[in-house]
Design a protein around this ligand. Structure first.
Ligand code: GDP
Length: 615
């Protein structure tokens, strides 16, 4: 009964859902947010590209006003206090809204440009959303760019569409079906939201225009409907604190501050807090809690409001001493009266130490660096599924000391002397140093671009290695001499042979095994390397077991420093000729030619190893 009481109380006390916006660059993420907010953040930014992270709270009454135009289609009464939208210029804030590997983002808007369809970062966003199991809707933005679209500002989309010319409606339908198909190719079922009968199975598409405001009421309404009907459990207000650091920023007059999202619980001025730092846990005391004005962004400096205490959900700036080394993406914990501070320190640091477990035990692998804890986590997850080993990690800009650490791989495994840098700057000196040392530095803000570039590089290095090692590789074969087919006894030896096991290739060193008549010891006698293979006067590169329909004539030459061997003295018709494998030649085969040998041939390598007594 007590539980029921809890549930009832909580249901009346829903907190605001947290919403992230993701998508490809230039699809209109900033503009869309801006349109809802009716301010002009985008125009104030360089090139219209958003670089900063902020959170905007959309209170329930503002949403009600905005959605009034939908009339009877509007959601039943709003139960949530509003929506907290995180202003995302990429995946940073999404990946940083995390706690113990799961996402704190309740719902996401994936913005797609209706004129462009799915683009590289759209796919990356889908992957992130899937990994973190975050529900999302798709804003199919820029509908005003459909040819001859007649705008009705801030209207409901369904009504606006009904008022368009048939040709406009036809273009819309065509582009929508292309988008549905593209999503299907990504394994996602999707449907226009007003045709969607199954929200659990189909992702909803909301057509929008950030310029005319059309479809925005529909989008807000959909967000409210989805969060209220499908995730009220998650939104029940609980007193346990849930808070993540989105960004670490230096602010004039305040020093280093952290922008955090308080997802659940309370924060108070004077609270002792613990966050994860690059050099260990940071324990400090909240000096000021600064929140933005409603409908304003964190980044507008003069608008800070000081608070004695705040309740979730909201984006806040925390001013406190000693935050210089704090890591974005870290959890924030508050020290309670009964808490053991050492436990809390260990807990915040576990986010970083858990990532250390991704490091390859043998110490072979690429160096990985990312801007934030969340971004690093996402990249490491991806590398794990791609089976790319990692030898070391760091967070923040790449400096010389990182290059030094990565350079260990130059000796160990050249193909891994690579730094994969996700969403971070590489300092000039570090870049020069890497170049000098021969370490490849790949930077990108799309994870799989890093992957592609690494694969390409890896393939070229591996190919080079194969070429370099080709002359030292020994492919296994066993030959039988054809009786009375000796053309030249020595210098060079030219004889007729049958390949009875494996494949004979040009360059293969051959040997025979003899028992010393005096000592009875087994001796391996190296004859030389095969420098020519011929059949019916046709030269060949290689002959397979029983291949080429009969015997071949081979020429065997020994190196200048070896004593030439002679037929009749060192070997005779009854001897079998073997590839002369060594420990080193087997290692080379394993390293660079593993897939060039069949299972049978590998078995032959093992056999030869025994016959020739290679350990
Ligand atoms: P972001 O990189 O996703 O944040 O994209 P922005 O919001 O910066 O928008 C990129 C460009 O597309 C800007 O020039 C916007 O004015 C333009 N844009 C955004 N939304 C719309 C829209 O709905 N219609 C049209 N015609 N242009 C848009």
């Amino acid at each position: 009964r007590q539980q029921d009481a809890m549930a009832n109380r909580s249901k009346d006390d829903l907190r605001s859902p947290i919403c992230c916006i993701l998508g490809h660059v230039d699809t209109g993420k900033t503009k869309l947010l801006d349109k809802i907010r009716q301010t002009n953040v985008q125009e104030g930014e360089a090139g219209g590209i958003t670089q900063q992270i902020g959170a905007t709270f959309f209170p329930a009454d503002a949403i009600e006003k905005k959605t009034a135009v939908l009339g009877p289609d509007r959601a039943e009464k709003l139960k949530v206090p509003g929506i907290l939208v995180i202003d995302t210029p990429g995946h940073e804030s999404f990946t940083n809204l995390r706690s113990r590997g799961s996402s704190l983002c309740n719902i996401a808007i994936l913005v797609v440009d209706i004129m462009h369809g799915l683009e590289p970062q759209t796919l990356e966003s889908i992957r992130l959303l899937r990994d973190r199991k975050t529900p999302f809707i798709v804003a199919l933005n820029k509908i005003d760019r459909l040819f001859e679209w007649k705008a009705i500002p801030d209207n409901s989309f369904v009504d606006s569409l009904a008022k368009q010319k048939p040709s406009v409606q036809a273009e819309f339908e065509k582009r929508v079906s292309e988008t549905l198909l593209a999503f299907a190719e990504q394994g996602l079922n999707s449907q226009l939201y007003y045709k969607n009968k199954n929200f659990a199975k189909y992702v909803s598409l909301v057509p929008t225009s950030a310029h005319t405001g059309e479809g925005i009421p529909d989008m807000l309404n959909l967000l409210i409907n989805l969060t209220q009907s499908r995730m009220s459990e998650k939104l029940m207000y609980i007193t346990e604190l849930e808070c993540t650091v989105l960004e670490v920023k230096v602010i004039e007059g305040l020093g280093t501050t952290i922008d955090v999202v308080l997802v659940n619980g309370w924060l108070h001025e004077g609270d002792r807090i613990v966050v994860c730092g690059l050099n260990g846990p940071i324990v400090t005391t909240v000096r000021a809690l600064l929140t933005p004005q409603p409908m304003r962004e964190l980044r507008i400096k003069s608008q800070y409001v000081h608070h004695k205490s705040v309740k979730a959900a909201l984006g806040i700036k925390i001013s406190a001493p000693d935050l210089e080394k704090a890591i974005a993406g870290s959890r924030l914990l508050v020290v309670g009266p009964d808490d053991d501070i050492e436990d809390l320190k260990e807990e915040v640091m576990s986010d970083l130490t858990n990532l250390m477990t991704s490091i390859d035990r043998t110490g072979h692998g690429v160096w990985v660096q990312a801007s934030t804890l969340g971004a690093l986590e996402a990249l490491l997850e991806f590398l794990k599924t791609s089976k790319i080993p990692v030898s070391g990690i760091n967070i923040g800009p790449v400096h010389k000391k990182d290059v030094v650490k990565a350079s260990v791989m130059l000796e160990k495994a050249r193909e891994f002397a690579v730094m994969l840098c996700f969403d971070v700057k590489v300092d000039k000196e570090a870049e020069e140093m890497a170049e000098e040392m021969g370490i490849r530095v790949f930077t990108a803000d799309i994870i799989y671009h890093l992957f592609d570039r690494f694969q390409e590089y890896h393939a070229s290095i591996t190919e080079q290695k194969r070429k370099d090692q080709a002359s030292s590789a020994v492919f296994p074969c066993v030959l039988k001499m054809i009786p009375r087919a000796v053309i030249n006894k020595k210098d060079p030896i030219i004889i007729g042979v049958d390949v009875i096991e494996g494949t004979l290739r040009l360059g293969t060193p051959l040997c025979v095994i003899k028992t010393n008549a005096e000592t009875q010891a087994r001796e391996i006698i190296t004859l030389g390397k095969v420098t020519s293979i011929e059949q019916n006067h046709k030269t060949m590169e290689q002959v397979k077991k029983g291949g080429a329909g009969g015997g071949v004539a081979i020429k065997i030459e020994c190196a200048v420093y070896e004593t030439p061997k002679t037929y009749g003295r060192h070997f005779e018709d009854s001897d079998e000729l073997y590839s002369k494998v060594t420990r080193q030649s087997i290692d080379i085969l394993k390293e660079s030619f593993r897939n060039d040998l069949s299972k049978e041939e590998w078995a032959l390598v093992v056999k030869l190893k025994k016959v020739l007594g290679v350990d």
